[in-house]
Ligand binder design. Structure first.
Ligand code: HEM
Length: 400
């Protein structure tokens, strides 16, 4: 396990054991020290939780705060620190009552019924990019032609952002999340995207559409419930949060199914299994590689360990989803797993708002891709990258 040379404390995040296996360190720590000391990119220390029950309990415990302004808040990279900012914080990194007030303004946009209504739009977006993939010629990169553009186009449609601007917002989104960039570069991306969304909100006021941004402007901002800066923060959160995550799940989902032909055959034989396939992919891949950060607001005991007020905690949803005491043979990709109460979308009040949308996108993308190109195969040419906060594929060459 790589350690900080000064303190001898393990340096987090750890590397994955292999392309489809979380870091081995989790197994060791889960057994020996379920709350383990770790060092972060800037030398700060925090606690890492690796057991399913501890992760779940912590994420639903009001003694742990998600407010990134707490001095002990455990940022895992400079980019993430910059993406949250200090002034206009997205509700992902706020506590109640502010969090609840801002989240409530969006919750009806993401209820299952509403998302079901988006099915035809998602299907036509998916079909468009299947054709793009086919037109790219063999071997084609499934990430650039299929996995990345789908969530981008879907969130653009939902939010009311012109898809023609996708290079602008994708590039800045990458700068906000990836540790390749400096704090200044990430902070600049935040400023630019906020400006962009502010200008777009002005245009929506003049010329509204049937989209989330228009409704926020006309219903919430006009009534004085939502200030412009908070509107920009929420719109930015939606634009960024569902992007890399869903794209990585689509890319890795295709890769995982092709690497597990027995499970893929089960799905082929019974397409109704797609819902269960998506759940097992979410558990098995657990792409939120750097975990879910919190700060203790009081002294809290986890097992034998006392976590003191003000100390940072990383609840590893990846480690939790591979905890053998909750999931039998966690290393097995088993699409018929039952029950499958994974924590891939987090837990508690911050549990992913976009999960009905992410599930729908994954179901439609995987189903239609394999229906249209049943002979899809891997070429063995792919690159993985855990350097962002979410794990995923940079490229995946496929043929058919
Ligand atoms: C498979 C894809 C996705 C994964 C794995 C994922 C994962 C997560 C996780 C783990 C959290 C909790 C973070 C925390 O507690 O600090 C979260 C929160 C959130 N996600 Fe997702 N997400 C996905 C897709 C999406 C999509 C498509 C959207 C929206 C378009 C979205 C919007 C959000 C928002 C707004 C929050 C903040 C919720 C709150 O703080 O109340 N996510 N997501």
């Amino acid at each position: 396990m790589p350690v900080d040379t000064q303190t001898q404390i393990p340096a987090f995040p750890f590397d994955r054991a292999d392309d489809l296996t979380p870091p081995r360190e989790y197994e060791l720590l889960r057994g020996n020290s379920p709350a383990a000391r770790i060092t972060l990119y800037n030398g700060a220390e925090a606690w890492l939780l690796t057991r399913y029950e501890d992760v779940k309990a912590t994420l639903s415990d009001h003694r742990f705060s998600a407010d990134a302004r707490n001095p002990g808040f455990p940022f895992v990279s400079a980019a993430l620190r910059a993406s949250v900012g200090q002034k206009h914080i997205p509700f992902l990194r706020l506590d109640p009552p502010e969090h609840d007030r801002l989240r409530r303004m969006l919750s009806r946009e993401f209820i299952v019924k509403r998302i079901d209504g988006l099915r035809p739009a998602i299907e036509s977006i998916v079909d468009r990019f299947i054709e793009q993939l086919l037109a790219a010629g063999e071997p084609a990169d499934l990430i650039a032609n299929f996995a990345l553009p789908i969530p981008s186009a879907v969130i653009a449609e939902l939010l009311g952002v012109p898809y023609g601007d996708h290079e602008y917002f994708q590039e800045r989104g990458r700068r906000m999340l990836s540790s390749e960039f400096t704090l200044e570069e990430s902070a600049r991306a935040v400023v630019e995207l906020r400006e962009y969304l502010g200008e777009l909100a002005d245009r929506k006021r003049e010329d509204p559409g049937d989209d989330v941004l228009s409704r926020l402007v006309l219903e919430r901002e006009s009534s004085g419930e939502l200030h412009r800066e908070d509107l920009k923060s929420s719109a930015l959160l939606l634009l960024i949060a569902g992007h890399e995550t869903t794209a990585n799940m689509i890319g890795l989902g295709v890769y995982t199914l092709l690497r597990h032909p027995d499970q893929h055959a089960l799905l082929r034989a019974d397409p109704e299994l797609i819902g269960k396939v998506v759940e097992e992919l979410l558990r098995f891949l657990s792409i939120v590689h750097t975990g879910v950060p919190r700060v203790a607001l009081e002294d809290v005991r986890i097992g034998d360990t006392l976590i003191r007020r003000g100390e940072g905690v990383i609840a590893s949803v990846t480690a939790a989803n591979w905890d053998g005491s909750t999931f039998a043979e966690p290393q097995r990709f088993d699409i018929r797993r039952e029950p499958n109460r994974h924590l891939a979308f987090g837990f508690g009040i911050h549990q992913c708002l976009g999960q009905p949308l992410a599930r729908k996108e994954l179901e439609i993308a995987l189903t239609r891709l394999f229906d249209r190109i049943p002979t899809l195969r891997l070429t063995g040419d792919q690159t993985f990258g855990p350097e962002k906060s979410v794990y995923g594929l940079h490229s995946l060459r496929v043929t058919w």
